[in-house]
Write a protein that binds this ligand. Structure first.
Ligand code: GLV
Ligand code: GLV
Length: 321
């Protein structure tokens, strides 16, 4: 009898095929029922593969007493009650490393799009408003020589900082643990959190979300930023007070913002939609063919390891502690 695996939503076919070869696969979204109802119907589920939009809490975990692994199809795993899983000896894995470069690329794409007003320019062209080269047409912000601030110099923060340095920007960073090797090797400067916020021309968030850092960017923090700075968030929406960000942008208190994540996903603060100086993407940091396939395969390998009595790779840090 093949072991039962629940996948919350469909993802890339090669990974689904691999799951079907080895396991009895239930794709929750195909049933038209919510995840809780599906797990109730399949209490013998031994592995659960979830998306960052699936809240996997104590109550859900309690429905499947034979659960051995929760494999998150994301690097961030704040959607999972890890403490509960640990308590029950259920492995929790995520997808670090493979999405680092793709996410860093998207960060720079947003930074460049805001600084050079690419989306606004595109709309201008499509509206047939281009009447020839203009001395003051779509003037933006120069990257070279300005300061790129990174909050959270983990894998993605580091990959982004290296790109920023490649554009001739000075990199300052704040991270929970200081990274002397990155300072030495790439010339990055460590500063206190408030100093990074104050000094940055472009400020980019690269830290995981937890309740401790809820609204790290609140009114006080945003008000410390330079009035012509650019704010970039590709990490998690809960790190910022989105309503205040919208208010600040409306008042011209920042040059602009580039967002890939939102506080109440998939909802977006209405006022942001009306602003020209905001560039928004629908949470696509890791969205390249290569990365999404590798992420999916990582979940398959993790599940296969856990269901054959092994210890999966890419356990979340709490599990490795
Ligand atoms: C995306 O946000 C992820 O955590 O993988
Ligand atoms: C965070 O998990 C990162 O990869 O930087």
């Amino acid at each position: 009898m093949k072991k039962k695996v629940v996948l919350t939503k469909n993802y890339l076919e090669p990974a689904i095929d691999r799951l079907k070869e080895q396991f009895q696969l239930v794709v929750a979204e195909e049933t038209g029922k919510d995840l809780g109802a599906v797990l109730k119907e399949h209490p013998d589920t031994e592995a659960l593969i979830g998306f960052l939009s699936d809240k996997i809490d104590r109550q859900l975990i309690g429905l499947v007493p034979n659960l051995k692994i929760i494999a998150n199809y994301a690097v961030g795993y704040n959607n999972i009650d890890v403490a509960c899983a640990l308590e029950k000896g259920i492995y929790v894995t995520h997808t670090p490393d493979v999405l680092t470069e793709a996410t860093a690329d998207l960060t720079m794409a947003l930074a460049l799009a805001v600084c050079r007003r690419i989306v606004e320019s595109d709309a201008f062209m499509r509206a047939g408003r281009f009447e020839g080269w203009g001395a003051k047409l779509m003037l933006g912000k120069e990257l070279r020589g300005s300061t790129f601030g990174v909050v959270g110099l983990g894998r993605i923060g580091l990959a982004t900082a290296r790109r920023a340095a490649g554009f001739g920007m000075k990199v300052v960073y704040y991270s929970k643990t200081r990274k002397p090797e990155a300072e030495e090797r790439f010339g990055f400067t460590y500063a206190r959190f408030v100093d990074v916020v104050k000094q940055s021309d472009i400020l980019s968030l690269h830290l995981p979300y937890s309740e401790d850092v809820h609204h790290l960017f609140n009114e006080d923090t945003f008000d410390l930023m330079k009035p012509d700075a650019v704010f970039i968030n590709v990490a998690r929406g809960g790190l910022m007070d989105e309503a205040y960000l919208a208010e600040k942008l409306e008042k011209g208190g920042l040059f602009g913002a580039g967002l890939d994540v939102y506080e109440f996903e998939p909802k977006v603060t209405e006022r942001l939609l009306k602003l020209k100086n905001v560039v928004m993407a629908p949470h696509i940091g890791s969205a390249t063919d290569e990365t999404r396939l590798e992420m999916a395969m990582m979940t398959v390998r993790g599940v296969a390891a856990a269901l054959t009595g092994g210890r999966p790779d890419h356990l979340v840090p709490e599990w490795r502690a």
